[in-house]
Design a protein around this ligand. Structure first.
Ligand code: SPM
Length: 285
């Protein structure tokens, strides 16, 4: 449940009890319940537009690049030749925008259960929704867990840009979904999923690592800094059927590097270096 008091939005969620991230709001630009969730879009005082689903901040214009670049380019550069890519969730289009920078891709399937998020992004967030303009993108409005069952052995890279495991995103954090992701990947494929925060959701992160370790020969956990998520960071849980994950398999062009704000080959490798409590935690699994 979120609250706006005296012009401040506070993100209050049972997943992070006893703390709340607050952002000063200038104007509510959109507020409506879709078939699946409450969608709110605010103009904030310091972070540009902010998209909120069921009371949880999904992105702000000021720092969205950190999450979208890392969730996209870490798995994409770990793969030696990704031609076919699936994106589940991410209705704002930011991950699609980042995928658009990879010329090696032949087609991108996009699958989201809620078309309203995409419509809101197209109306209010053109710097992300431009991702939908890429002619290689096919939009599928469907439940991601069902979609992958119909696309076995199809993708080189799958990116799951989900909300948190409460509401419509819940099933995306469970083992049957990961089994489906594995089956939808080709030989040598890589999956990258929104991996929550190791400071505030340790059990959830532990569970994701356990699941991916059980299913994939290579597993790793990476993270990036995002000031507008509680804890200031967000993880990426990765599973690979072959390629190493922490070293880029391809060289980034100067042109692409200059267009990015967060990802570099050095950040790619460094993002897998975790605090010692995480090393101890993963050792126990
Ligand atoms: N394309 C942007 C969509 C954002 N998807 C991830 C949102 C996660 C929000 N909650 C973070 C909670 C911190 N543990």
């Amino acid at each position: 449940m979120n609250e706006i008091m005296n012009g401040w939005f506070s993100e209050i969620c049972p997943m992070w009890p006893g703390m709340a991230l607050s952002v000063e709001i200038v104007e509510t630009l959109y507020s409506k319940r879709s078939e699946f969730q409450q969608i709110d879009l605010y103009m904030t005082k310091s972070h540009g537009k902010m998209l909120v689903l069921d009371g949880i901040i999904q992105l702000t214009e000021r720092d969205e690049f950190a999450y979208q670049e890392m969730l996209t380019h870490v798995p994409m550069f770990a793969h030696p030749n990704p031609e076919r890519v699936l994106v589940i969730g991410g209705g704002d289009g930011g991950v699609l925008r980042e995928l658009g920078r990879h010329d090696c891709i032949k087609n991108i399937d996009f699958c989201d259960i809620d078309p309203e998020v995409m419509n809101v992004a197209k109306q209010f967030l053109p710097s992300m929704a431009c991702g939908f303009d890429d002619p290689r993108v096919t939009v599928n409005i469907a439940d991601g867990s069902k979609f992958i069952k119909e696309h076995k052995n199809t993708y080189d890279v799958i990116i799951v840009d989900s909300s948190d495991p409460i509401g419509p995103g819940e099933a995306l954090f469970e083992k049957p979904f990961y089994e489906g992701l594995k089956a939808a990947l080709k030989k040598g494929g890589i999956v990258a999923t929104q991996g929550e925060s190791f400071f505030i959701h340790r059990e959830c992160v532990k569970n994701l690592i356990t699941i991916t370790r059980e299913l994939f020969p290579i597993q790793a956990y990476s993270y990036m800094l995002v000031p507008s998520y509680p804890g200031g960071h967000l993880g990426i849980c990765l599973g690979s059927k072959g390629p190493e994950l922490s070293t880029p398999a391809r060289i980034i062009t100067n042109e692409m590097q200059e267009a990015l704000e967060y990802y570099t080959p050095e950040i790619h490798a460094a993002s897998f270096v975790l605090p010692h409590f995480m090393t101890k935690l993963t050792r126990e699994l």
